[in-house]
Design a protein around this ligand. Structure first.
Ligand SMILES: *Cc1c(COP(=O)(O)O)cnc(C)c1O
Length: 458
């Protein structure tokens, strides 16, 4: 018989989690104004809100924590991080920041001005927020296939070169500070960008003399998909693929809470010394001195180890096979999600699972609340609440997709937990005909409203 697949780790430390009753959950979610972010984590059984900073660190990372050097300037931990960034990503210059959005804040403070446009592939919410906050515009150039959840295109994060060139032709070069390529593309479903597309975007941007940036939070998962899905890469190591990906870009931002498997941290890295110098000023203002920038020495040490572990094939295979396992369970029940399975999460197609809830009443949020009520599983809405209002007209924006994201934390849950998630979704799906109403907004912040929005039953 064929030997089945098993995880490439064993468990050395555990953390208890508790089931609750439906009555308890009904009170808690009402008190939270039906915003899943407002729940206490001990009122959640399986937490799929995000895979950001929620992973389990390894024994190597925890031992690196003990060796952290907390010197204000020039700590050995900074140099460990510098070496990992140079060895794995190939950049000579970098600035540590407290997380990914801080890296955006530092870099965009140098590069993005009022009236600019930043083309890219479904910019992440904080990325878009930092662009719009500077009165600039993010232009989504993702391929159209990404908008059809049932299309099995292997690289749905790809940029449409035609759309990108239109932007290059429409705006003068001075108005386009860079192209932002998100690897993998979180907002469209953890979907990867192919090496060929990276090369093509690089060539096109070069023709118009526009720099290229990676929003790199899940770059290692992107490399895994290149290895698995793109011809010519099957025999390359993840680290070789990563080096080749980054060869094409001028700079990057990183949320280390994702593929560097730490609980907090980030950085921005550059090829240009001049850009590094300019960004250093903002780093010192917003984050901290250039050799720690909002991170402790111990966290920089763990990050350096995490970059190494996160780009190992066995680790990535264990992780992504678990996401695929959940996808296969949902297939058994006919529950639609963004196909093929993404790197870090399943994005359930709420319009197909709850077809009777009107768009104006937020079907993906409704599905998130129903799933929580069912079994204490917490996901997150990637739909109209997240899409926010148009900055000019202030009208609600309705994206093509209404998704409930179920993000899987790294090295944290077992496949038994995946079974609970799938069965819970099946139960909600089975009673879809009785779920006709969703939610209305009773409070919202002027920007990035999803974090603090308050809702009531419509
Ligand atoms: C998480 C993430 C960010 C922001 O990083 P934080 O660490 O949460 O501030 C930016 N871009 C992408 C693609 C992300 O996934």
């Amino acid at each position: 018989m064929e030997i089945p697949y098993a995880e490439s780790f064993r468990i050395k430390m555990v953390e208890p989690i508790r089931r609750s009753t439906r009555e308890e959950r009904e009170c808690w979610i009402k008190d939270a104004k039906y915003n899943l972010f407002a729940l206490r984590s001990d009122h959640v059984f399986i937490d799929l809100l995000t895979d950001s900073g929620t992973g389990a660190m390894s024994d190597r990372q925890w031992s690196a924590i003990m060796l952290g050097d907390e010197s204000y300037a020039g700590s050995s931990s900074y140099f460990n991080m510098k070496k990992a960034i140079k060895d794995i990503l190939g950049f000579d210059y970098f600035l540590p920041t407290h997380q990914g959005r801080a890296a955006e804040n530092v870099l965009f403070s140098v590069l993005v001005k009022e009236g600019d446009v930043v083309p890219g592939n479904s910019h992440f919410d904080t990325t878009k927020g930092h662009i719009e906050f500077r009165k600039a515009t993010a232009i989504d150039c993702t391929i159209d296939e990404a908008n059809d959840t049932q299309n099995e295109h292997p690289f749905k994060g790809n940029i449409d070169l035609g759309k990108l060139e239109e932007v290059f032709k429409k705006y003068p070069k001075e108005k386009i500070p860079f192209v932002c390529v998100t690897v993998t593309c979180n907002t469209s479903g953890g979907q990867p960008v192919s090496m060929q597309n990276i090369k093509d975007v690089h060539a096109l941007a070069k023709k118009y003399d526009i720099p290229l940036m990676f929003d790199s939070a899940r770059f290692a998962e992107n490399a895994y998909f290149i290895k698995k899905r793109e011809k010519g890469y099957e025999n390359k190591t993840i680290k070789e693929i990563v080096r080749e990906m980054f060869k094409h870009v001028d700079m990057m931002t990183m949320s280390s809470k994702k593929d560097a498997i730490v609980n907090i941290g980030g950085f921005t890295a550059f090829r240009s010394e001049e850009l590094f110098r300019k960004a250093s000023t903002f780093n010192i203002m917003f984050e901290g001195y250039i050799t720690y920038g909002g991170m402790s020495g111990r966290d920089m040490n763990a990050l350096a180890v995490g970059l190494d572990e996160g780009t190992e094939f066995d680790y990535l295979e264990t992780r992504i096979k678990q996401v695929e396992y959940l996808g296969a369970e949902l297939d058994k029940y006919g529950i639609a999600y963004q196909r093929p399975v993404g790197g870090h999460a399943i994005f359930v197609d709420a319009l197909k699972v709850l077809p009777n809830v009107p768009r104006e009443e937020f079907p993906a949020q409704t599905l998130g609340v129903e799933l929580y009520l069912e079994s204490g599983v917490r996901g997150v809405e990637i739909g109209a609440i997240l899409a926010d209002r148009d900055p000019v007209t202030r009208e609600n924006r309705y994206p093509k997709l209404e998704l409930l994201r179920l993000a899987i934390s790294r090295r944290t849950y077992t496949n038994n937990h995946m079974d609970v998630i799938a069965a819970s979704l099946k139960n909600v799906f089975d009673r879809r005909d009785s779920i006709k109403r969703g939610f209305k907004i009773i409070y919202e912040a002027p920007i990035m409203r999803h974090f603090t929005v308050e809702l009531d039953r419509a």
